[in-house]
Write a protein that binds this ligand. Structure first.
Ligand code: SF4
Length: 493
């Protein structure tokens, strides 16, 4: 990418490298006029899942397949008529990306999805959310057998595996390809006339089905159905493949059945609070997390303040449960964007202050409970604590709406290496002292499970969710990472 292009790219989370970065968002529609416009709206609603780049592929007769892929935000790339006119047709898929594999931090346009492949029975495009944990092994085998990769993305393996399949049609080839893939995937794909959606056997990443008039929609989250006024039909089940066309929706289960292990962090942070996951409002779940947190870790204080915006529903829940008043003690500048893309050193040093400011009049001489969704490296938490104390707060108590993040995610979420995770190297007390706060408490894993509807907490023998970044128990062996020396949790840990 040229420097000029890179300069046009807004940073994913400006000055916020202390959050886990969401994976990607996928969207597809069949049977509507101007599919590309619908896809653009859907991707806009999914922008929180990836801000680095986006792409749309459509098909129309007689033009065939068309694609538009760009760096940056959907609103800056896919709203003008001239761009959308280049991707005509009644069927289309799209993808927003935050790079979780491939050329991280140095994305090339060839890494931007959807990917396209031409097969003997016609073309197909795919968009993938998740991470293939055996991608390096697959890639090596495929290259040795003659495949020529265009990108550095793990997702391209699926196209090459499809090319090698002997299946008679695209859905059959996709099925065969996905059976060889390990890890987490929610895939949206299209042929000339069919929209295909598939989730991995554990259903780690989300995917939902909606209806729009006579057409069908697939999306990472229900908020992307709301924006186009589509009706939410249901979630695609773990291990399910659906094929939607003018004839309706066919469903089948091509993989060995397994118990679902949906990503519990989607409930905590990744998904939008106005989405529905597993039949539950994400907002209400986050409020429940705050209530559980207050029950488990009460503290005498004057105000409960969220670290905006992601800590807000949990802070409201904490306040409701504890009876301690809720207040906006920290105000977020909603207009962070392109202004400081190439900040000078002095502006860069202002860091978190560019984004967050303390409401001085509110916090002065008060004992403050700060509710945040997670602690990753702890750098932002430290700065926020300093700002609150400088503003005259009497005490600062951190309450965290997830258990300590002590393990990296290999299923489509960008996490720092294990040694960079604060909780991997420090006990809770050490983290409290490191952050310099009066108290620091995390919700327990059992408390988190209760908040997502498991009344008895986490079943140690058969956990219902993926919680590997907290527990170190990986539901799918991260084969490539093990090859590279990653050490799984031992029985003694
Ligand atoms: S490791 Fe954590 S972030 Fe990754 S899928 Fe599992 S719960 Fe989600």
């Amino acid at each position: 990418m040229t420097n000029a292009l890179r300069a046009q790219m807004p940073p994913a989370h400006p000055f916020d490298d202390d959050k886990l970065k969401e994976e990607c968002g996928v969207f597809g529609v069949v049977g509507v006029d101007n599919a590309a416009s619908v896809v653009a709206l859907g991707l806009h609603a999914l922008q929180h899942r990836g801000q680095e780049a986006g792409g749309i592929v459509t098909h129309s007769f007689p033009q065939g397949f068309s694609s538009a892929r760009r760096f940056g935000l959907v609103r800056d790339n896919f709203t003008d008529e001239s761009t959308l006119a280049t991707v005509p047709g009644p069927i289309g898929i799209g993808h927003v990306r935050y790079s979780t594999s491939g050329s991280k931090g140095a994305t090339q346009i060839r890494d931007v999805q959807p990917f396209f492949g031409e097969f003997s029975m016609g073309g197909a495009a795919i968009a993938h959310n998740g991470n293939i944990t055996n991608a390096l092994q697959l890639r090596k085998e495929l290259v040795e057998r003659g495949s020529i990769f265009q990108s550095s993305s793990d997702s391209e393996c699926i196209i090459h595996l499809m090319a090698r399949s002997m299946g008679q049609n695209i859905p059959d080839r996709m099925e065969e390809a996905l059976r060889k893939v390990e890890g987490a995937f929610s895939v949206v794909a299209m042929t000339r006339t069919k929209l295909i959606g598939c989730r991995d056997p554990l259903g780690v990443r989300p995917l939902v089905l909606g209806q729009l008039g006579d057409g069908w929609v697939l999306a990472s989250e229900t908020c992307a159905l709301d924006i186009i006024n589509a009706t939410f039909i249901r979630e695609i089940e773990p291990g399910e493949m659906v094929v939607a066309s003018a004839k309706g929706v066919e469903s089948h289960f091509p993989f060995r059945r397994a118990k679902s292990r949906f990503c519990i962090f989607e409930h905590v942070y990744f998904s939008r609070p106005d989405s529905i996951l597993g039949g539950r409002s994400v907002y209400e779940t986050r409020e429940n997390i705050g209530r559980e947190l207050a029950k488990e870790n009460p503290v005498d204080a004057d105000l409960v303040c969220p670290v905006p915006d992601s800590g807000t529903p949990a802070a409201i829940g904490f306040s409701l449960e504890s009876g301690i008043p809720y207040a906006m003690g920290i105000i977020r500048n909603q207009y962070m964007g392109r202004t400081f893309i190439e900040p000078s050193e002095s502006i860069r040093n202002m860091g978190v202050r560019l984004k967050l400011n303390v409401n001085r009049a509110l916090v002065k001489n008060k004992r403050i409970i700060l509710v945040d969704d997670s602690v990753v490296r702890g750098t932002t938490s430290r700065k926020i604590k300093e700002m609150i104390l400088e503003a005259g707060a009497a005490e600062v108590h951190f309450r965290i709406a997830s258990p300590p993040t002590a393990w990296p995610c290999f299923y489509g979420v960008d996490t720092p290496q294990r040694e960079k995770l604060l909780a991997a190297t420090m006990s809770e007390e050490e983290m409290r002292d490191h952050l310099g706060v009066d108290s620091l408490k995390f919700i327990s894993l059992d408390g988190l499970y209760r908040a997502v509807g498991e009344a008895k907490g986490r079943d140690k023998n058969a956990p219902k969710y993926c919680d590997a970044c907290f527990s170190g128990e990986y539901p799918v062996k991260p084969a490539d990472m093990l090859d590279q020396g990653f050490e799984m949790k031992t029985a003694a840990e």
